[in-house]
Each structure stands twice: as C-alpha cells, then as structure tokens.
Design a protein around this ligand. Structure first.
Ligand code: NAD
Length: 481
C-alpha cells in the first residue's frame, strides 16, 4: 500500500476562491501542494469552493437569475407582446437547480485538483507552528500531523451574529439559510442594508416577499459614490423594497410563527411583525480555532490575521489571504489575486497586486459596479476633478432592452485627464466595469476611452459616451449632464 504523503512544499488551509486559486497556482509552479478543507454539503459530501460557491456569492447569483426570470415573466414580457398564463413558482425546484449549478462547479474544481496532482484533504486543520499542521479527518476523526515548507491560511469568513437577534435557523436566519428557504415568506425583514442584505432582498422581493430592510446607518451604502447610492436608493424603493435607514434593531423574538422585531429610529421605538427575519450585518474572519495558542499567530482585536503588504503573517513562511486579513475588502476576486500572488512569491516571483484598481460589485438588478475613487473622497482631498455622466436612457441598447435605469459616471483629473474612478449603476454593470478596470490599469485618460471605438448597439457605448461627455462631445445628449 502506498504510504500517505505527509510532507509538502505548500499546504493551503481552505478551498474557497482564495485557497483554491493559490493551490492551483502553486501546483502550476511545480510545488508539491495539499489543500485542506472541511466543507461538507447537506448530503455530508466533501465539497470544494468554500462559502462563496456553496452558500454565498455563487448560490446568491444563481437564485437571483431565477428570481429575475420569474419577475420578467410576471411584469415585463407583456409589453413585448408576449403573454404567458398560469406562471407559478416551485421554490424547491429552484433550490435544486441552484444546488446542481454548485455541484457542477465543485466537480470541475475537484477535476482541476486531480489534474494538478493536488492532495485534497477533507479535514479540520489547525496550525501548530511555522511548518506543522494538525489535521483531524472528517471521515475517520483520526488526528495526524502534516508538514510543509510554506503554509497559506485561507479559511475565509462567516456571517456575524447579532446578540439582539438570536439565529434559530427557522424564523430568525442568517444569510446562508436565506439562500435555502423552501417557500417564499409573505413578509420578511432583513437587518442590514449592506451588500449581502441588498442581494438577498433582490432575490426574495422579486419572488414575491414583502421585504423590509432595517439599516442602522443614516447613510445608504455609505462607501459608494454618493450619487450612485442615491440613485440606487431611488431605484430600489421604486422596485418595492421598504428601506428604513437610521433604524437600529434592538430585539427580535419569535412566537406564534412570527418574529416580533423592535427597532429604534429618530422617531422612537417601533415594532414590526414578520414571517422571517434575516440577519445580514457583516462577516467575520474564520480564525477562532485556526491556530493553536502555542503557534503564536498574531491576530487583531477583531480576529483578523495580521499580515504585511505581502500577505505574510508574523510567522515566517506562513501567509494569510482572502477574507482573513484587512488587506482590501472581502471580495472573492481579491482573494484569488492574493492566492496567485502568494504562490508566485513562494516560487520566487514578485507580481504585486494593485489594490487601488479593484472592481467592486453589488449583484442586485440593476447591478452596481465601481472601480477607483468616489467623487466625495476626491473632493475631500481637494483633488481637481471633472465628471462625465451618461444616463442609460440615452443608450440605444438599453432602450432596446427596456433597461434604462441607471447611469455611468467617469471621474477624471481636471488637468491630466487621467481616469480616477468609474461608477456604474445599471443592467450588467458588473460586465461594463471591466473596461474601466483595464483602462485604469493602463493609466488611461478619459480621452483614451473617448477615442476607443465601441460596437453599436451595445451597453458599453454608455461608458464611451460618459467619456465623450467629458470632452463635451457626446453625440446623443442634448445637454452636458
Ligand atoms: P456590511 O457591513 O456591508 O453591511 C451590514 C450592515 O448592517 C451595515 O450597514 C450595518 O450598519 C448594519 N447593521 C448592523 N447591526 C445592525 C442593527 N442592529 N440594526 C440595523 N442595522 C444593523 O456587511 P454585509 O452586507 O453582511 O457584507 C459582509 C462582507 O461581505 C462585506 O465586506 C461585503 O463587501 C462582502 N460581500 C461582498 C459581496 C459582493 O461583492 N457582491 C457579496 C457578499 C458579501
């Protein structure tokens, strides 16, 4: 019988986007690699992909596509002259489709691991010291020790709990269970109008749930360009989302198949009764039992792993990537880039990440996407800027699609014309932003974008047109916006 390998060049803990990418890149670079991950699906099968694939971004995106289709059939096709009757909804089947999509992706990931001869170990891992990891097998519960020259921590994050709203997984649920409901709740509330809360609201509201978002902050989507968040607020309200800002939830109790919520705003204390309450108020790094105390892995007060600019922890040859650190926001693509970066560093290469040029997306409909700096941030530092705004109501493709809500906003330096930020709200904004990311990666000016030929009719013309606005030469707008 072949002896199990226990010595590796690299061991990655976690097989989410960051850990998976890192393991693959290590193997591509000729490093003997293992990836330890303890994920089990509902059928108790081991699964790669972490929470992003299994219970987060991909799961959410898959359901949003179903919800958009249902909404279109009910509300949008009639004006195309198409009539459909007896449209009904089968949530268990919708969930099954989602699981199938996830399963397909997870199988492809397993095939890639096999192709690259990466050892996938389904177990709980704990860092013991700079080169040793304790592993408890999910199947046998047998403990063993693995060795590696380099260790990459990529154990991700999980939803934060709120002391005032205890999760019971039935009436008061977190964002994971909210992607696994078996029926559409008649009335639901969501604590937190951040990215997660809005993405969940976009799904369930489209499927027919009366949806109320309770957000403690007065400012809506405060990190976004304020013009875009203002536009988003208006569009979401118009879609029927009940957005209550400055509303801090102070208690939530279940009883008689309902949840009674108490929240405070500037007018006092209010009570709300709903069928389901979703808690979506942030995520925390999964570091609770990631390292033995004697490993002396340095964490900050909030449990994030301390790293330097090269994702190195305080322990030599131990790295941390993705949601575990405060280097950049909790985004799957940020984790992927860090995974690749660390693998290449271990192999002696140095290809730094440009954190300033990281695209961000809110996957609602319409989508919101941005890269670079906001108008308010630039004005606060006194930067001389100029702004080009193009509404989708003036974009031919958007008119043909009947998706004219939203705009493209380009901010450029007033003198050098260098693009400093691009902010989009509109259908397929997540795709449109890629052009801006590339332009900014090459330090493009707005004139570079304006002089680049864009196919007609496409949504990308709206980006081109926003650049033309900056030159006062937009062809399809009567006035400068
Ligand atoms: P968040 O911090 O963005 O939003 C949570 C909100 O909950 C905050 O605005 C906060 O004010 C509010 N809140 C907290 N306690 C409250 C209370 N008692 N009453 C009312 N409101 C309360 O967190 P999130 O939306 O859960 O996202 C978590 C992380 O995951 C973020 O870093 C996000 O960027 C990332 N993420 C990104 C994507 C994406 O890029 N599309 C998708 C999912 C998650």
């Amino acid at each position: 019988m072949q002896k199990k390998q226990t010595n590796f060049d690299v061991i990655v803990i976690g097989a989410g986007p960051a850990g998976f990418a890192s393991a693959i890149r290590c193997a591509q670079l000729g490093l003997k690699t293992a990836c330890i991950d303890n994920w089990r699906n509902k059928k108790n099968q081991s699964r790669l992909g972490g929470s992003h694939l299994n219970t987060g971004g991909v799961a959410s995106m898959t359901l949003l596509e179903s919800a958009k289709l249902y909404h279109q059939l009910n509300h949008e096709i009639a004006k195309h002259g198409i009539h459909a009757e007896a449209i009904s909804i089968d949530i268990p089947l919708m969930m099954q489709r989602k699981e199938k999509v996830i399963e397909g992706i997870s199988h492809k990931m397993s095939d890639l691991f096999a192709h690259h001869h990466i050892d996938h170990i389904n177990a709980k891992a704990r860092l013991l010291n700079t080169h040793e990891i304790e592993v408890v097998s999910n199947d046998t519960q047998i403990k063993s020790i693995l060795n590696a020259k380099h260790i990459i921590l990529a154990s991700g994050s999980s939803p934060t709990k709120l002391p005032c709203a205890h999760i019971d997984n039935e009436f008061i649920i977190d964002s994971i269970t909210a992607l696994n409901l078996e029926a559409v709740p008649k009335k639901m509330a969501i604590i937190g109008a951040g990215v997660v809360g809005l993405e969940l609201a976009s799904i369930w509201n489209r499927l027919g749930a009366e949806t109320i978002l309770l957000e403690a902050q007065d400012n809506f989507l405060s990190l976004l360009d304020q013009q875009i968040s203002g536009e988003a607020y208006r569009i979401y309200q118009h879609q029927g989302l009940d957005l209550r800002l400055g509303a801090r939830v102070i208690s939530a109790k279940k009883g008689n198949k309902k949840v009674t919520i108490e929240y405070q705003d500037q007018d006092g204390t209010h009570t709300l009764r709903v069928d389901k309450l979703i808690v979506a108020c942030g995520r925390k790094p999964n570091t609770a039992d990631l390292a033995a105390p004697e490993a002396n892995l340095l964490l900050d007060d909030n449990g994030y792993v301390y790293v330097d600019d090269n994702c190195r922890t305080n322990l030599p040859s131990v790295y941390a990537i993705g949601d575990l650190t405060l280097l950049g926001p909790m985004l799957a693509h940020k984790g992927i880039e860090e995974g690749v970066f660390v693998a290449e560093r271990i192999a002696g290469l140095h290809n730094p990440i440009n954190y300033d040029n990281l695209p961000c997306v809110v996957y609602t409909e319409p989508e919101i996407a941005w890269v670079g700096q906001t108008e308010q941030a630039l004005r606060s530092t006194g930067e001389a800027i100029k702004i080009g705004i193009y509404p989708l109501t003036a974009t031919i493709r958007a008119l043909a699609m009947d998706k004219t809500e939203g705009l493209v906003k380009i901010i450029a330096h007033a003198e050098t014309d260098k693009i400093l930020g691009v902010h989009i709200i509109g259908t397929q904004a997540s795709e449109l932003i890629a052009e801006a990311v590339i332009a900014m990666e090459f330090s493009a000016s707005s004139e570079d974008l304006a002089r680049t030929i864009h196919a007609r009719p496409t949504l990308s013309e709206s980006v081109h047109d926003a650049a033309l606005v900056l030159k006062d030469s937009a062809l399809h707008l009567s006035t400068r916006h």
